[in-house]
Design a protein. Structure first.
Length: 339
């Protein structure tokens, strides 16, 4: 193929990938509340467990946060837990080195996701280790965590499909069913993906069809949300959280500013809803953020909740707290849904 034809083909592929993104219907914002008491604004996950609203910070290796609702905010209270003596990981040395370097200046496990089973056990996914820490239900004293025994094929199969390629862009979300029999992980970006593990005794194994449900490397158009908004560079599509609810996977797609409903068997997208018009306007817009900040997703009968990890960035009004957005559950959330 000549150079000009090769260039034309490449441009066509890029154009197709960019045009594949369409703004989804907007979610209706019900309320937005700040969170007090979380250091550095690193709100990475939210989940209801045993009737309590819990949050995770990717800068805290040994504690969760319990969020209590006040009249106009959430107040975070620390719930400490104990780590095992060792941290197993199947990652290669070049990826583990990133966690080691980060650990020189502070915590290094980088917990990015939270899920709960029907018995109240909590599951935290460590991005830096590609590991899952299980915590028993809360007690009067700090509980001791246990690392799950994950199939080594989780890394090797994912790597062969283009996942797990970059430091600080590995596992960004976790979901589990109520029976704690199936677990899903979301790979963040370049490439992003959805993976599945099933419990066999005290181990978590890849299904016969393989761990990887979905792996894709695509990019958003340069101006998906209007001139001057997050268009300083071409952004990759990504996943920043995943939830299992009503028999479906629900993904938080940070850079596209949308929530999508997906098949738990294939990971294929079924429907999406946008929250761009709520978070990309003042006072909620962060002018110095080169990418989306939505990292926490929670879904229930009472609506869709999204938390921003502002990483201590300030808004135009000077507020540096993380914020939680409550959206009305859309009337058409079941449209196209097939059990």
């Amino acid at each position: 193929m000549s150079g000009s034809r090769l260039l034309a083909a490449a441009l066509m592929v890029f154009s197709t990938a960019a045009l594949a993104f369409e703004r989804a219907p907007e979610l209706q914002l019900e309320r937005a509340l700040p969170v007090d008491g979380m250091p550095r604004g690193n709100l990475s996950a939210l989940q209801h467990c045993d009737g309590r609203l819990l949050a995770v910070s990717d800068r805290e290796d040994t504690s969760l946060f319990v969020l209590q609702r006040t009249e106009d905010s959430y107040q975070a209270e620390i719930e400490p837990f104990l780590l095992p003596a060792e941290t197993p990981s199947s990652l290669p040395m070049q990826l583990l080195a990133g966690a080691w370097l980060r650990g020189l200046s502070g915590p290094a496990l980088d917990f990015e996701g939270l899920a709960c089973d029907g018995d109240g056990n909590r599951y935290l996914v460590s991005e830096s280790q590609l590991g899952v820490l299980r915590l028993p239900p809360s007690a009067d004293e700090p509980v001791a965590g246990e690392w799950l025994k994950l199939d080594s094929a989780l890394y090797t199969e994912g790597e062969s499909r283009g996942l797990w390629q970059q430091i600080n862009a590995l596992a960004e979300g976790i979901a589990i069913d109520a029976e704690a029999g199936t677990l899903w992980l979301a790979a963040e970006r370049q490439a992003r993906g959805l993976l599945k593990l099933q419990r066999q005794g005290d181990e978590w194994k890849c299904p016969l069809a393989g761990c990887v449900l979905l792996a894709e490397r695509r990019f958003l158009p340069t101006e998906p949300f209007g001139p001057g908004i997050l268009n300083r560079e071409v952004m990759p599509v990504d996943f920043s959280d995943v939830v299992y609810w009503q028999g479906r996977l629900w993904t938080l797609e940070r850079n596209a500013h949308q929530v999508c409903r997906r098949s738990p068997l294939s990971g294929q997208r079924e429907r999406c809803w946008s929250f761009a018009q709520s978070v990309l306007v003042e006072p909620y817009f962060y002018p110095d953020a080169p990418f989306g900040l939505a990292e926490a997703l929670m879904i229930g009968d009472d609506g869709i909740v999204i938390g921003l990890d502002n990483n201590d960035r300030g808004r135009p009004d000077g507020d540096t707290r993380p914020w939680v957005f409550h959206f009305v559950l859309p009337d058409d959330w079941r449209e196209g849904y097939q059990p």
